[in-house]
Design a protein around this ligand. Sequence first.
Ligand SMILES: C[S@@+](CC[C@H](N)C(=O)[O-])C[C@H]1O[C@@H](n2cnc3c(N)ncnc32)[C@H](O)[C@@H]1O
Length: 261
Amino acid sequence: MKTSRSFDRAAGFYDQTRPLLEPIATYGIPAILDVIGPNAHLLEAGAGTGRMSIPLLERGIDLVGCDLSSTMLARFQEKFPSAPIVRADASLLPFPNAQFDAVMTVHVMHLVPSWREVLREFQRVLMPGGVYLNVRTWASVGRSVAGQIRDFWRCWLSANGVDGGSPGVREDADLQRELVSLGAAISEVEAVRFPDRFNLREELERFESRSYSETWDIPDAIFDASIKELRAWVTHEYGELDRDIEDEVRCVIYVARFGAG
Ligand SMILES: C[S@@+](CC[C@H](N)C(=O)[O-])C[C@H]1O[C@@H](n2cnc3c(N)ncnc32)[C@H](O)[C@@H]1O
């Protein structure tokens, strides 16, 4: 059976490779505050190194962070020593029923095979009328270059008998359907659109250095072959590798509001 993807191995490089981008700090964090209100008791499940939790704590939000990974949480604690954090699996939360006004996940649900059970846990720990926010700080608008590079890599692996995809939610629509079946009303808040600028060679390097979690479980031999193919395809498709790309991306908050009971 597949297990959730803990980020223990990423704690040493997570903050360098996934910094809080300026548009998210300026527009994403205030948009989250607008949804939950200033007095919410909030749980961030899969809080990691506190990239999103810390700016919310700094604004006075009463927040608890939990994560599977003790090394990610140790980084969080180093940066914000008074942060209330708990090592826990989101599918078995160590909290009584009806504790929180809001639960938030940010780039987590694609990592969790038991995501349907996790949604039930969120509903259990939420007060009646509580809200679940699933935040994507980075989502392509249309066909992005970064998305095409990723698609090529996944397709190549799949054609070579390896499922390189994520162990959890693959489509936002699946998550939303499940939430509707639990009685939630869904809405969407687009916090900001912004240009994501990157260099092709650096993007390839992020694959090659296994910075992305979906590269972690691929056996070495097939992984090395996939990178060789990816490099050749990117060079053929976009010309030279020392080229700067600009994709349009957006930060979006999917909001699921549960009934008041
Ligand atoms: C991509 S990181 C996102 C961290 C943070 N939310 C952010 O946006 O920077 C995903 C985090 O989810 C955690 N995670 C994965 N499965 C989990 C589970 N079942 N329960 C709790 N945390 C989990 C990982 O350990 C990792 O720290």
